[in-house]
Design a protein around this ligand. Structure first.
Ligand code: NAG
Ligand code: NAG
Ligand code: NAG
Length: 270
């Protein structure tokens, strides 16, 4: 049936619309402090081998604090569920033949949620930023970000993994608090950016609504009115006359502009 591709397109578009509202790692505010960890928005992999004769057991953590992990080349059941941000896999190598033996979603996943940011309570004023997010079945991850200007590109280190709770420590210059974006000099570009993203969300929503309108209209015309070809377009009469009016308007505008252009020319020549 032709309706199936239509429905799957619709689903893809709806999911696309949904992911527009993603976690904003650029502007994290906790207790009057501001952080921008958007440069850590990529997949960081920590892998460790242990010799378990006659095999080797590799434990891997794939982490992205800012976005869900992309699917890997592995079979679907060898991967963490969609939306996972911290994925733990155990791979067993026997004679260099890998076999994934365990997959655990340690943060994010099916229940779409955003990480919680808190500040470590400490005596000194430089409380560290803590990222925490639950995964499936009682698992969860806490990442303690430590401000370290000299630690660019450093990977997070595993502090502990007990009772399904992974504690990571991540030294990074991006974990240092930044000045309040709404009070200091870089205010204007930041503001522009947010209004820009506001506009882009606005247009995305409009686009999604228009798309939905056409898709639902097409499906309706196909199923209920049994139309085919161009007659599948919803409110065809309206859109036809709309295009006519737009054409007309464009033509008139064009004429007017040309007229003024010529008029101006004539005047200056006099
Ligand atoms: C672990 O061992 C396997 C098999 O020898 C190897 O392919 C893999 O690269 C090793 N991983 C690490 C992190 O050393
Ligand atoms: C989603 O959340 C519900 C209620 O909080 C819980 O019962 C369920 O197990 C969660 N599903 C997954 C896949 O984590
Ligand atoms: C993880 O972070 C949450 C939120 O900051 C906190 O309540 C919890 O105690 C932390 N867990 C561990 C084991 O540090």
């Amino acid at each position: 049936m032709r309706i199936i591709p239509l429905l799957s397109t619709l689903a893809v578009i709806l999911i696309g619309c949904h992911t527009v509202v993603a976690l904003d790692c650029k502007k994290i505010s906790v207790k009057e402090k501001y952080y921008d960890i958007s440069l850590l928005d990529s997949v960081t992999t920590i892998a460790q081998n242990e010799t378990t004769d006659p095999t080797i057991t590799q434990v891997t953590y794939r982490i992205n604090p800012c976005a869900p992990l992309e699917p890997t080349k592995d079979k679907e059941r060898d991967q963490c569920v969609k939306g996972t941000q911290v994925c733990h896999t155990t791979t067993n190598f026997k004679d260099d033949e890998p076999r994934i033996t365990r997959v655990i979603n340690l943060a994010g996943g099916a229940n779409v949620s955003e990480p919680l940011f808190t500040l470590e309570s400490s005596e000194n004023e430089n409380g560290n930023l803590i990222w925490s997010l639950p995964g499936s079945e009682g698992h969860s991850t806490n990442i303690t970000f430590i401000c370290d200007k000299k630690a660019d590109g450093e990977k997070p280190s595993v502090k502990s993994y007990e009772q399904g709770i992974l504690l990571l420590e991540w030294k990074s210059p991006h974990a240092c608090s930044i000045t309040d974006p709404s009070k200091s000099k870089p205010e204007e570009p930041k503001k522009e950016e947010s209004s820009k993203s506001g506009w882009s969300i606005f247009f995305t929503v409009i686009f999604c609504l228009l798309f939905l309108y056409f898709v639902v209209g097409l499906i309706y015309n196909y199923l209920v009115n049994h139309e085919t070809g161009i007659y599948l377009i919803p409110h065809l009469h309206f859109w036809r006359s709309f295009i006519e009016v737009a054409k007309d308007l464009g033509y008139q505008l064009y004429n007017k502009c040309m007229g003024i252009g010529r008029g101006g020319h004539g005047y200056s020549a006099v």
